[in-house]
Design a protein around this ligand. Structure first.
Ligand code: ADP
Ligand code: MG
Length: 261
């Protein structure tokens, strides 16, 4: 069933970004193959969000380029969609109205209505179409965000710590849900997190960012079978990956300059 053609969907070439004197990202290079799930992992302040915003075309660069399907990007586009860290649903819109927001912008709601409904079903929200965000739990709201991001049928799905506001149990459930949803279509995915176990569980490879300046320290390929039940987190192979990555980032995380952000 697994059909993933081996070409680079997303390429990042020599990316450098400063905010004033602060070198946030320096010479970041990355290639993500079509249909792969890649996490960017690193401590707070290492430039993960900045990196993802640049890939999303929301932030300018000092040097380097982002290439999708061979074409350099020059701003935001329908080929990429975002799931943000914070709750980004419009509170005055229902679940359905939030889900089709991107389709309204592109004027394709009637064409894509069936797919949007199938997506709401896929994320487990059939029957909640008329609910408002305030009537939903945090996990449900992030399901709507996921449905909204997928509704435009993007080439690349960008996620910035989408589960960070959830309690630990809901977060684990949402990780398995995300994998289940992702297996259904296998979008190329770039997922930002500072949680090692989340990155290992979800990913085909984990890109470890180091801080000050943000740069790629190492890329760890995660060779675990899919689909992955939550119980895989208790296997020796999984724990070896977590230990290996922890050793790589330990110094960075425990450095006194570390601040929450
Ligand atoms: N718009 C901005 N202006 C100035 N500095 C910023 C801006 N956005 C982020 N930074 C700084 O860039 C660094 C990286 O931030 P960020 O990309 O949010 O890191 P992360 O998501 O890994 O926590 C931090 O030191 C942060 O303070
Ligand atoms: Mg961030």
């Amino acid at each position: 069933m697994e059909m993933r053609s081996n070409h680079a969907k997303l390429q990042v070439h020599s990316l450098t970004k400063h905010f004033g004197d602060l070198g946030v990202l320096v010479d970041v290079n990355l290639s993500v193959e079509n249909g792969y799930f890649v996490s960017v992992l690193g401590p707070s302040g290492c430039g993960k969000t900045t990196f993802l915003r640049i890939v999303g075309g929301l932030e300018s660069v000092d040097a380097g380029e982002i290439v999708i399907d061979g074409h350099p990007i020059s701003g935001p586009g329908r080929d990429r969609s975002f799931v943000f860290q914070m709750d980004s649903l419009l509170p005055w819109r229902t679940v359905w109205e939030n889900t089709v927001l991107g389709l309204e912008i592109s004027g394709t709601v009637s064409d894509d209505k069936d797919r949007a409904m199938a997506l709401l079903k896929l994320v487990g929200l059939s029957g909640f179409e008329r609910y408002y965000p305030k009537q939903l739990s945090g996990g449900m709201r992030q399901r709507v965000n996921l449905a909204r991001a997928l509704a435009v049928n993007p080439e690349v799905l960008l996620m910035d710590e989408p589960f960070s506001a959830l309690d630990a149990q809901t977060r684990e459930v949402m990780q398995t849900e995300l994998l289940r949803i992702w297996e259904n279509g296998r979008k190329t995915a770039l997922f930002v997190t500072h949680q090692i176990d989340e990155a290992v569980y979800l990913s085909d490879s984990v890109v470890i960012f180091a801080r000050r300046p943000g740069r790629v320290q190492e890329i760890v390929r995660i060779d675990l079978p899919r689909p992955r039940p939550l119980s895989i987190k208790r296997t020796p192979h999984f724990i070896e990956y977590v230990d290996h990555i922890w050793k790589l980032i330990e110094k960075d995380v425990t450095a006194p300059s570390n601040v929450c952000g």
